[in-house]
Design a protein around this ligand. Structure first.
Ligand code: GLA
Length: 386
């Protein structure tokens, strides 16, 4: 990837890149919509991500290019406005540039910028966090800043919330920033506090990307966010994580509209499942971990209502297949991908059978990705290509 990136940078801008950064995509392992409720969540950085190459310019122009689109997009360094249409991908690096001063960090002035990705798009693997983190690392390096990892993660999330305009929690950026090969990232979103938890040997991840996306996906995410905040307000707590264990049988809970009560039930149960999953991981009990993953999906299906018939079919088919510990939707929901945790005996033949059954029912086969865990965001020395 690195040599392809450096070559493409040369071909695009006619000069050499000076800085290279890379940040991984992520799997949401368990902890669905818990992050913005102040809860806990487990995710894994994967071995695919977004690469950014950068070199300073002295004419106060910021020029952006990517391997996905042909043209160079030039923006004066003193202009930080949202772009639309074809150019809207540039809102991710622009959002990071706008966020850096909010964290006391200088943003670089003019530069040439190239992004390249080996993350499948639209698969719920958070290419947005990956481009934000790799951009944040490259920009701060060019500006001579040395922020902590936590500040970088917060600045990337700030970009997503305030510039891109998605009210997401800290999961995606936290996992992309703190990922570690053969580990999961545990986040207590209230601090936030980040830890890594070893992944027991013999655990495999398979992603089935349906390429389906609810037309209202952004609006539905925001609606779930609102419903959770409404539940917290009625229960008299700042965030749902602050609700006591018996909160949903308290007198205040009687005032929750039934749908809102279901959303709250999902969040409180899901936070408990993250605790149980972390304990089961520490004792290497993958069967229990798998059961908790599938329970999480059932709760999304019935209480949080962020699943779809396509995702439910994949989970049903996967959990009936040998060597599968458990399966669930991964990420925001309303379409996207299902993740299965399997033993090493689950192979391509089994995955193809699942995809075939899905294809028969829905007309198109899902993409299959057998992915490994990987390390978090990092600067990559621009030396001879490896
Ligand atoms: C998306 C958001 C995350 C998180 C998940 C659901 O991936 O970006 O912050 O809320 O949905 O758990």
């Amino acid at each position: 990837m690195k040599s392809a990136l450096l070559e493409k940078f040369n071909a695009t801008f006619g000069r050499a890149a000076k800085i290279v950064a890379r940040a991984p995509g992520r799997i949401e392992f368990i902890g669905n919509h818990t992050d913005y409720n102040g809860g806990t969540v487990l995710g894994a950085a994967i071995d695919r991500g977004v690469w950014v190459a950068l070199a300073a310019r002295d004419d106060h122009e910021r020029r952006f290019a990517s391997d996905q689109r042909g043209s160079i997009i030039s923006v004066p360094a003193n202009r930080l406005e949202r772009l639309s249409g074809e150019k809207s991908w540039v809102n991710y690096p622009l959002g990071v540039l706008a966020a850096l001063p909010e964290f006391g960090l200088r943003a670089p002035d003019g530069f040439d910028y190239l992004a390249m990705s080996d993350l499948p798009a639209g698969a719920g693997l958070s290419s947005s966090a990956a481009i934000e983190l790799s951009s944040a690392l490259a920009f701060t390096e060019l500006a001579g800043e040395k922020p902590t990892r936590e500040t970088l993660v917060k600045a990337a999330r700030h970009a997503e919330n305030n510039f891109v305009g998605v009210p997401c929690g800290i999961l995606d950026q936290g996992v992309s920033g703190f990922g570690k090969k053969d580990h999961l990232v545990f986040i207590d979103c209230r601090g936030p506090r980040f830890e890594t938890v070893p992944l027991p040997a013999g655990a495999h991840f398979w992603i089935f990307n349906t390429h389906t996306k609810h037309a209202l996906v952004d609006g539905l995410y925001a609606a779930r966010h609102r419903e959770c905040m409404e539940a917290a307000k009625i229960l008299g707590v700042p965030l749902l994580v602050d609700a006591p264990p018996n909160a949903l049988s308290s007198p205040a809970a009687a005032k929750l509209p039934p749908v809102v009560a279901n959303r709250a039930r999902h969040i409180l149960d899901e936070i408990a499942r993250v605790t149980a999953t972390t304990a089961a991981l520490r004792s290497g009990d993958l069967a229990t971990v798998g059961r908790l993953l599938t329970q999480s999906h059932r709760s999304s299906q019935t209480l949080f209502e962020n699943s779809t018939p396509e995702l439910d079919f994949l989970v049903d088919t996967l959990v009936a297949t040998p060597h599968v510990f458990g399966a669930r939707l991964t990420g925001g929901g309303f379409g996207g991908a299902v993740m299965a945790l399997t033993s090493g005996e689950f192979g391509d033949a089994e995955a193809q059978r699942v995809a075939g059954a899905y294809g028969k029912k829905f007309g198109a086969r899902p993409d299959i990705l057998h992915t490994q865990t990987g390390d978090g965001a990092a600067l990559i020395p621009v030396g001879p290509s490896r």
